[in-house]
Design a protein around this ligand. Structure first.
Ligand SMILES: [Zn+2]
Length: 292
């Protein structure tokens, strides 16, 4: 089972999160039939979202990350809850681009850099909290670090990675977030930059069999690392036939009438998990009566 670990270090001056999300990203790739580039972009966003959600207080709190970069992948939307579930999708899963100059999947070119990253946190209050930045990199980790800095005044070191096999299956996915808290010694920040700069890529660490605890130990092991807790995560969508009925209703009376006349049925697909819901003539007639 995939899980996030939460930790502190340097006598509480640093907090940290790490996750191995390999199985969850594998499930997303399977459900959405993702090409490698889409797996990398959606997977990185999911890895980030679960670490943010794992820090939320109550089980029904959630965080959504919405990336609209103007690239060929289209929009990327992920929602993770503090209850250990995450769901998400990318508009165009079948995008294939040349590798970048480092021989890696060119996430930046797929996502685009002409757009926004939005983070919406639903903490069960009247209004959700929303923060937004212009994309600075399109590689997602840097963009998210920029978001933390400009929206939450929180300096962060963020690594997000997805390693895809030649046959498009997912080999490893995971990441970490390390954040010096307000008042942390400059020395600690310097040291963090140094150890993170020397660390192996996150996908290499996970591919070598390192657990999230081991990843944090590699980075913060000699800084009085204290592991706090772990939270299991899996891909789970909360869609239902009732929710998709709402989608049919939102088409409006005229459109539903047209569908009944022309097709006699409608197949609605949940964006988040690609589940299909079939509505036959009787269903559509019933919904037509409800539609405005
Ligand atoms: Zn769904």
């Amino acid at each position: 089972m995939d899980y996030v670990v939460r930790a502190t270090a340097a006598k509480g001056q640093v907090r940290a999160f790490a996750v191995d999300l390999t199985e969850t990203v594998r499930e997303a790739a399977k459900l959405h039939d993702l090409f490698p580039l889409a797996s990398a972009a959606l997977g990185r966003t999911m890895v980030a979202a679960v670490m943010i959600a794992a820090d939320m207080k109550s089980a029904d709190n959630s965080v959504s990350i919405i990336i609209k970069g103007g690239g060929p992948l289209g929009n990327i939307i992920v929602t993770a809850k503090a209850n250990g579930t995450v769901k998400g999708y990318v508009d165009n899963p079948y995008v294939d681009l040349p590798l970048n100059k480092y021989g890696k999947l060119d996430v930046r070119a797929g996502v685009g850099i002409d757009g926004m990253l939005t983070v919406i946190k639903d903490l069960g209050l009247k209004e959700p909290y929303a923060g937004q930045i212009e994309l600075v990199s399109g590689e997602i980790a840097e963009d998210l670090a920029h978001y933390f800095w400009s929206s939450e005044q929180q300096p962060s070191v963020i690594a997000l990675g997805v390693l895809v096999n030649p046959d498009s299956t997912i080999r490893a996915a995971g990441g970490y977030i390390v954040q010096p808290l307000p008042g942390a010694d400059d020395q600690i920040i310097d040291k963090l930059e140094k150890v993170v700069g020397q660390a192996a890529p996150i996908t290499t660490m996970i591919d070598q069999g390192m657990r999230p605890e081991d990843v944090l130990d590699t980075i913060l092991g000699d800084m009085d690392l204290r592991l706090n807790d772990r939270l299991d995560y899996k891909f789970l969508c909360d869609c239902s036939r009732e929710r998709l009925e709402g989608l049919v209703l939102s088409l409006g009376k005229q459109e539903i009438e047209d569908i009944i006349k022309k097709e006699g049925k409608a197949e609605m697909i949940c964006h988040y998990c690609s589940s299909k819901y079939l509505f036959g003539r009787d269903d559509l007639n019933r919904l037509l009566d409800l539609a405005k």
